[in-house]
Structure formats: C-alpha cells, structure tokens
Design a protein around this ligand. Structure first.
Ligand SMILES: NCc1[nH]cc(CCC(=O)O)c1CC(=O)O
Ligand SMILES: [Zn+2]
Ligand SMILES: [Zn+2]
Length: 376
C-alpha cells in the first residue's frame, strides 16, 4: 500500500476552518501520526525516504514561523526622517510616498504616536532649504542652531527611549552637492573631507546622538571619527555605524528629491562602489572593522543581498545593518499600486530576504507601517 492512500479527511478534522483548505491541498504528503495510528495504520509499514518529507515542518502557521532564523521585530527598525530648517514646514515628498520633510516644530507631534507604537530608533537627515545655508565646505552641517543639532537635543529630551542615529555627510550642505570638500579639478579632496566629516560627526555626538553614521565614503573616515570620539571622551557612549558597502546606482533618486542633495555636476561613481564590485565591498568592510566601526551597513539592501551575507561573514561579531533605500521603497509602492502585489506582503517579503542574508538592523521608510503590522 502506498503512503498516500493512508491520507483521509480524519487528519484535518481538528484544523481551524481557515487552515483546512491549505492543509487539504497538501494532503498527499501530509499523513500525520494521528491518522496513522487512529485509522488503519497498525498493519502498515512505511517504506521510502523519510528525509524527503518536508511539509510537516510548515503545514501549520506557527511551524512556518519557526523556519526563519530571524523574525522582524520593532527593535530591528531604524526610521529615516528628514528635518528642514523651516520650523513649521511639513512638505510631502512626491517620489517617496507617505514621507514628508518636517521642521523642528513638526517632528515631536509626528513621532509621538510612533514612539507609543514601539518606535525605537530614527536616523536624522538635515535638509537646509535656505539657499544661503550651502557653501563649498558644507559649513552648515554642524551649525549648532541648524536643524540636525537642534533635533538631536529636542528628541533626546522629549523621547528618553528613542535611540538617535544621525547620518553624517556634507552633500546636503555643500553648494556643489558632493559628499565632501572638492579639489580644483572637481574630485574629492580626501584629507580635507575626512577632517571636516569627523568634526561634524563629533559635533552630532556631543549634541547627544547615540549613533553617528558617515555616508560620505571618504577613505579613512571611520578611523578619524573614532579617534576624535576618543579624544572628546565620548567614544564609550557613541556607536559608529559605517556605510561600509554603499553602492552607486539609480536607487537614491527619491532621497535626493527629499534632501535636495543631487550633485550640481558629475555623479558619485568615484566615491560610491560600482554595483559589480563585490571584492571592493569586501575590502571596505574588512577595512572599516579594522578602523573601529561598531556596526557595518550595506546599502542598498535588496539588490545587494550577497554583500549583506559577505558582511555577516567578514564582520561576524558586529551587528550588520541594511538600508532599504528610497528607490527600493518607492518601487514597492509603485508595484503595489500597479496591482503586482500587496504592499504589506511585499514589504515583509523584501525584509525577510534582508534578514535571511544576515542583517539584524533594517533602516526602512516602511518603519511606521511595520509598527502597525507588527502590532496586529
Ligand atoms: N550621502 C547622502 C546619502 N545618505 C543616504 C542616502 C540614500 C538614502 C536613500 O536613498 O534612501 C544618500 C544619497 C546618496 O548617497 O546619493
Ligand atoms: Zn553625501
Ligand atoms: Zn549621507
């Protein structure tokens, strides 16, 4: 007698109504111990390969959750937000659905309900709208009265449980829109840029940031920031998250709309990694660990899952973060709007890939949605 002929409806009598259909569709391989013993199994011996019977591990919804090494939790999420120098402003960003730029007076009312729902961390991006705020050196980046330093102080005092991560870069503040200080030929002056970026990082840390995350990609910035944090006596209280493997490409468009940070000439290919450059990314990860990074980040996320897995292998004792960038977020929204998939289903499926690859921290514009979805 073959194994499948043992299957009878008896095996599914206990299933809740909603689960019966999916269980019955798997009936051919689902003969359970209960049906074997409670019906006609006594005289039957099973032959065949026991190791090929996999469905037992996932026929029940709870058993399916046990198959993932990591499940998304609220603690894993960092929410990127844009803060302008216009205190009362609240402007939706057309290319980034449901996201807005906000002034200082708008962020506490916006974040309060999210904190109540379990928001644990934000990543701040400063967006100076006042044109006089931009110059070749990005002077406004660490202006003590500028939006980022003001926001750090405000959020620290308003939300004691909120972990404040701050993106550190000059592109939002430079007149040319590049991520550092330039040489006469338009290339990045690495020495001057690292000097400036590390000063800005320390200013954010001194203002109360729990974590500084340099995204500029100048060589040697991690070491320079770590040394200055030590010098300032705050290295034991400030996490240094390196955008170690940040790739150039076409997925940052909506962010540049939001932050007004498109380069005024050229592009960022000379300082962001080429998308095919797996070896370069591996070298950057190893280097940044050696320079003192506390967290390694990979960005974008879903098109670089192999790099996330490389980071997990190369920096195995550090937390690995993945930035699901603006273009990935906008793409999922566009797909859902076009009826290709459900927004929630795709948001979870995409994040599951990121976690499976090895990340334990996800920086995502879906954070407010996930706080709702993870509560129900
Ligand atoms: N240094 C700027 C910066 N910091 C984070 C992002 C991208 C974030 C996103 O697309 O969501 C960018 C854009 C860029 O490098 O051009
Ligand atoms: Zn930049
Ligand atoms: Zn940046």
């Amino acid at each position: 007698m073959s194994f499948s002929t043992l299957v009878s409806d008896i095996a599914f009598r206990d299933a809740p109504p909603g689960e019966r259909d999916s269980q019955i569709s798997h009936a051919r391989s689902q003969a359970t111990a209960r049906s074997l013993t409670s019906t006609r199994a006594t005289s039957v011996s099973i032959s065949g390969d026991i190791s090929s019977q996999l469905h037992a591990g996932y026929s029940h919804p709870l058993a399916r959750t046990w198959q993932s090494e990591r499940q998304l939790t609220k603690e894993m999420l960092i929410y990127p937000i844009f803060i302008t120098d216009n205190p009362d402003e609240e402007t939706p960003i057309p290319s980034l659905p449901n996201q807005s730029r906000r002034g200082l007076n708008r962020i506490v009312p916006f974040l309060a309900p999210l904190v109540r729902k379990g928001l644990r961390s934000v990543m701040l991006f400063g967006v100076p709208l006042n044109p006089t705020a931009k110059d070749p050196l990005g002077t406004a980046a660490d202006d003590p009265s500028g939006p980022v330093i003001q926001a750090i102080r405000l959020l620290r005092s308003t939300f004691p449980s909120l972990y404040i991560t701050v993106d550190v870069c000059l592109c939002e503040y430079t007149s040319h829109g590049h991520c550092g200080i330039l040489c006469d030929d338009g290339s990045l002056n690495n020495t001057q840029s690292v000097e400036r970026i590390s000063d800005v990082a320390v200013a954010y840390a001194m203002a109360g940031a729990h974590c500084v995350a340099p995204s500029d990609m100048n060589d040697g910035r991690i070491r320079a920031i770590k040394l200055k944090l030590i010098e300032a006596g705050i290295s034991h209280q400030v996490t240094l998250m390196s955008y170690a493997a940040k790739f150039s490409g076409c997925l940052y468009g909506p962010f540049r709309d939001a932050a007004g940070s498109s380069p005024s000439f050229g592009d960022r290919k000379c300082y962001q990694l080429p998308p095919g450059g797996r070896g370069l990314a591996r070298r950057a990860i190893v280097r940044d660990v050696a320079e003192g990074a506390d967290i390694i980040m990979v960005k974008p996320a879903s098109t670089f899952l192999d790099i996330i897995s490389d980071a997990k292998e190369l920096a195995k004792d550090l937390p690995i973060a993945a930035y699901q960038v603006s273009g990935e977020y906008a793409m999922i929204h566009a797909g859902a709007k076009a009826g290709v998939f459900g927004l929630k289903e795709m948001a979870f499926e995409s994040t599951q890939g990121i976690l499976r690859a090895g990340a334990g921290i996800v920086i995502s514009y879906f954070t407010p949605d996930f706080l709702d979805w993870l509560s129900t």
